[in-house]
Design a protein around this ligand. Structure first.
Ligand code: C2E
Ligand code: CA
Ligand code: CA
Length: 598
């Protein structure tokens, strides 16, 4: 007979058997105590480990779970299903309705997830007499779900990291430029809306580039981290501190009612960095230059406000660093001029428009010229530009290294001519940027360009460095100065008295001369303080067996005072200002007959 639906319908139990034994789902019937009345092949095989479908009858899940555990004592987690199934049976009976469960536990030592439907069943009188159930293995699905949620979690974590990276500075962990600009934009909007004021402080570390260049990026980075930590206390709920990049930090002070609040915030900043930073054994003093722009009056969008705070900062730097300036509209003009000046300077360097000028150094007791200082000038379309107009920018951009070398080469050529013609046999001294001292190729430059001159004319070349330059990077400076000394170059300390070298330190330096700064000469002889300082420097030089020279000497009274107190080498307008090549040549030619005003 063909096996068809009609046939099956007439053989009800065959149909049931076919269904229960062919489907992979677990099917069962239990009494009210959880004892099996029926269990299909699937549940016997996969959950109960029963030898056939008869074995479970009259027994419950706990029995089988226990039996499995006994068989595998070495692994107490071998089978953990029984109790759970038992509990959900009870729940169904108590609730007296069909329910869905997700059950899981170890079967044969491995995690099994089941989706289970359980329902009560009733006798003819409607009394609940047991439960029926169907369970389906959803382990694979579950594992995929678990994997997926793990992946999602990982993705979320990655997203958070990326978000952090996009908004925070990796070095200091402060908000970065992106976050800062967003916040600044919100602050400005709020200020415009509420009629309140905020201040944007643009903070730049003084001389950071020199530190970074000379001590290396590692030390530079450590310094930035420590700096950020030091100034951290200025952060409040209202303020935002961010690092924009390099050594540029910005602080937003919200809701400023009184400009005094800004003053005191800046004073606080300066106090916080007052003590030196100990970075891996280097004691570094850090100054900051701060530019302040007000929102909304100095800019109604973040870019403009930031640009103006930057211009104010630059003006603070130009006024001598370690100070602050409020923005004023002239600064925009200045900063435009600065950009213009920078490209003009590059062009000038390319066309070698920098020329050495020479200022005589006179022995006031004999009237003889014994030295000359080379002072550079920028000759731009017949106008003669003094270094104060462009030196800072040349330093900031690093162009100073090339400019200084150009000046040295040009001046040495002229100096050699005078020597060869018998016009002059004294020394020639050059000013050095600290950039030069730190430049790795400087000693090589000296070897090539200065050593040959020294071979012919020993002790003829002097380099002037300031205390501040040396203090910036003591270890390296001392090494370079010692190397220079070993070549036969004489070192003199320029602007002496304005820096902060100690006596003990001075003794360690390979120097031969102190140059009394112009500021102490200016008010001689009547200013008592200056008189004391000048005479102290002179006797200090004597005691340390160093030569001494006074610069910026303009009057006969100053010459007399200095000579009387033991400083007879004099440089200044009293004798001559800095002269170009031709004028210096005339000066040298006429000198013997000129008869100096002694
Ligand atoms: P400095 O080394 O202290 O040079 C002395 C400055 O005082 C020079 O200004 C000089 O012209 C000026 N001066 C000399 N005698 C008198 C005087 O009696 N009265 C007055 N009021 N001033 C006098 P200058 O030439 O404008 O140079 C300014 C600074 O620029 C120099 O200060 C030096 O630090 C720097 N500089 C000059 N030439 C060079 C150079 O070739 N390379 C580098 N790196 N710096 C240079
Ligand atoms: Ca000098
Ligand atoms: Ca000087």
């Amino acid at each position: 007979m063909p096996f068809n639906l009609d046939h099956l319908k007439s053989h009800h139990s065959e149909l049931l058997d076919l269904l229960t034994e062919t489907l992979p789902d677990m099917l069962w019937v239990k009494d009210l105590n959880g004892n099996y009345l029926y269990a299909n092949q699937a549940i016997c095989n996969e959950l109960l480990m029963a030898k056939d479908t008869q074995e479970p009858i009259g027994k419950n899940d706990i029995y089988f779970a226990h039996r499995e555990r006994l068989k595998h004592k070495e692994n107490p987690k071998w089978h953990t299903f029984g109790e759970l199934c038992f509990d959900s049976d009870k729940t169904v009976i108590e609730n007296n309705k069909a329910m869905k469960f997700e059950e899981y536990g170890n079967v044969k030592g491995e995690m099994l997830y089941l989706e289970v439907y359980k329902a009560p069943f009733y006798d003819k009188s409607g009394k609940i007499i047991g439960t029926v159930g169907a369970g389906r293995d959803i382990t694979q699905l579950k594992n995929i779900q678990l994997d997926l949620s793990k992946t999602l979690q990982e993705l979320q974590a990655q997203r958070e990291t990326l978000e952090h990276q996009a908004n925070y500075d990796y070095l200091t962990q402060l908000p970065n430029r992106t976050q800062f600009m967003n916040r600044l934009s919100q602050v400005i909007t709020k200020n415009l809306h509420n009629g309140t004021n905020s201040a944007l402080l643009f903070i730049d570390l003084d001389h950071f580039k020199e530190i970074n260049d000379s001590l290396g990026h590692y030390i530079g980075d450590r310094l930035l981290i420590e700096f950020a930590k030091r100034i951290h206390p200025v952060i409040t709920k209202e303020n935002l501190l961010a690092r924009l990049g390099g050594d540029e930090f910005c602080l937003i002070l919200s809701n400023i009612d009184d400009l005094k609040e800004i003053d005191s915030a800046i004073m606080r900043l300066m106090e916080l960095i007052d003590e030196p930073f100990d970075i891996e054994g280097h004691w570094l003093y850090i100054g900051i230059s701060v530019g302040v722009a007000m929102s909304p009056s100095d800019g109604s969008d973040p870019d403009e406000l930031l640009k103006n705070a930057d211009a104010a900062m630059y003006s603070a730097k130009n006024n001598g660093r370690n100070r602050y300036s409020f923005y004023n509209p002239n600064m925009t003009l200045q900063s435009k001029q600065r950009i213009g000046l920078e490209s003009a300077l590059r062009k000038a360097l390319h066309q070698e428009e920098f020329e050495p000028y020479f200022q005589p150094q006179i022995d006031a007791t004999t009237g003889e010229i014994i030295g000359m200082e080379v002072l550079m000038r920028w000759i731009n379309e017949n106008s003669v530009i003094a270094p104060d107009r462009f030196l800072q920018l040349a330093e900031d951009t690093g162009m100073i290294v090339a400019i200084d070398r150009l000046i040295m080469q040009k001046a040495l050529k002229l100096y050699l001519k005078w020597q060869e013609n018998g016009l002059y046999s004294g020394t020639v001294s050059f000013n050095l940027s600290s950039r030069q001292i730190e430049d790795n190729s400087f000693l090589e430059f000296v070897r090539k360009n200065i050593n040959p001159v020294l071979e012919h004319y020993p002790n003829s070349i002097e380099l002037e460095v300031t205390e501040t330059q040396i203090m910036l990077n003591q270890n390296r400076s001392i090494k370079v100065l010692e190397a220079l000394k070993s070549f036969g170059v004489t070192i003199s300390i320029d602007d002496f008295g304005t820096g902060y070298s100690s006596l003990a330190y001075l003794k360690k330096l390979p120097i031969s001369k102190l140059k009394i700064d112009r500021s102490f000469v200016e008010d001689l002889p009547h200013d008592v303080d200056d008189a004391v300082i000048a005479t102290t420097i002179i006797s200090l030089a004597k005691n340390l067996k160093l030569k001494v020279i006074a610069e910026g000497v303009e009057t006969k009274a100053q010459v007399d005072f200095l000579v009387e107190h033991g400083c007879s080498t004099i440089q200044g307008h009293y004798f001559s200002k800095a002269l170009n090549y031709q004028d210096m040549q005339n000066y040298l030619t006429l000198l013997p007959s000129k008869g100096l005003n002694l």
